[in-house]
Design a protein around this ligand. Sequence first.
Ligand code: DGL
Length: 264
Amino acid sequence: MKVGVFDSGIGGLTVVKAITEVLKGAEIFYIADTLFAPYGEKSKEQILKHSFDIANYLIKNHNIDALVVACNTATSAAIKELREKFKDLIVIGTEPGIKPAILKTKTKNIGVLATPATLNGEKYKDLVSALSKDSQINVYETACAGLMNQIEAGKIFHPETHSMLTNWLEPMKNNGVDTIVLGCTHYPLISEVIKDIMGVNIELIETGEAIARRLDDLCSNKVHSNSDFKIEVFYTGKIKKDMINMILNDWIDGGKISIKDKNE
Ligand code: DGL
């Protein structure tokens, strides 16, 4: 079972982690499209082009059976078109977990942190209006421009990142938000900082596990669960390899991991 996974950088590894927990024996080809990052500050047309190029590359060079778009922003811009164009491929996207947040909140105030492109996209607006219509939920959204760059640079516990997050989260805190949707796959990497600002009892909703379960439902017959997994990470621009190593080694047990420049 060969699974292609992509994101603009290291964020989608939060989804890879969940996949390795559910689908033992999968071979994962991961593209970190850092040359073109951040996706969240690009146009739909630009993101669409990159998503097509990456899908074509993964099909041609790695013969993938399934494609996981481990990026909320690329899902919003390109999932419909990817499914139309690659009809024989299993294509799974990532969407902000509004529904689980509505089910979790006690105060009926939820926060959403995502990229500008995700929050401005039609897909997100349709999702929120469909789900919050009858539930009397207040949704506090924040477009976190620049946050992805801080995470890619490894500035997770940096005072600059803390102060950016404090500015975005204080209004949520003052409005009684008890549940926050992490609407970008990079943001689980800063969960600790969010908890430091919002308090340890804040509920943080991420979607990696749901994506892994969906992938398992669609392809468990193709996986040899007794074999080990293999992850090949390819990057297109600059990347902090120590961040990848830290994430993969801290989280993932066993398996074979390699990190390469996509153009080599
Ligand atoms: N990790 C991505 C997401 O889930 C996007 C980050 C970016 O490139 O702006 O939206």
